[in-house]
Design a protein around this ligand. Structure first.
Ligand code: SF4
Ligand code: SF4
Length: 141
């Protein structure tokens, strides 16, 4: 049996995936988040008239972090990998950011707990370490 993966090793993998996802978002800026003249924060989705998710008119004015416990007036207060890897339906499948993030998501699939949206890094690492075969991997169970 292979040695159990340490929390530190898992954390390094998590941080590496997170930083690479952030670099992709910085490079392609798929959501194009902006503040309008009235001070409202908008994105590609809120500026479109799409209602794919069946959201109410009020919810359609909000970015996808809407209602999250980790959202503060200064933005997100945790490092949630899956939130970095996720793009909503407004961003087309052909968008280079989505393609690059999907590749990262394939890497992250190996680590159970890493792909849960609206969760802190601590939660993801706890989950991974609690549920694995000692190596931090999901599909080798
Ligand atoms: S955890 Fe995700 S949904 Fe919540 S504020 Fe952070 S990025 Fe947004
Ligand atoms: S994923 Fe969609 S809803 Fe979320 S910030 Fe990007 S464009 Fe807006």
């Amino acid at each position: 049996m292979q040695p159990k993966m340490s929390r530190r090793s898992l954390e390094k993998i998590y941080d590496d995936l997170y930083d690479r996802a952030q670099a992709i978002l910085d490079k392609y800026n798929p959501c194009d988040i902006r503040k309008d003249k009235a001070g409202h924060v908008t994105c590609v989705c809120t500026r479109s008239d799409s209602n794919y998710c069946g959201r109410t008119k009020e919810q359609q004015k909000q970015l996808c972090c809407y209602g999250c416990q980790f959202l503060t007036k200064n933005g997100c207060r945790v490092r949630c990998l899956m939130c970095k890897l996720h793009l909503c339906h407004t961003i087309p499948y052909s968008h280079p950011a989505r393609k690059a993030l999907d590749k990262l998501q394939e890497e992250a699939w190996e680590y159970t707990g890493f792909l849960q949206i609206r969760r802190s890094k601590r939660f993801a690492l706890d989950h991974a370490l609690d549920h694995l075969d000692g190596r931090g991997r999901l599909w080798s169970l």
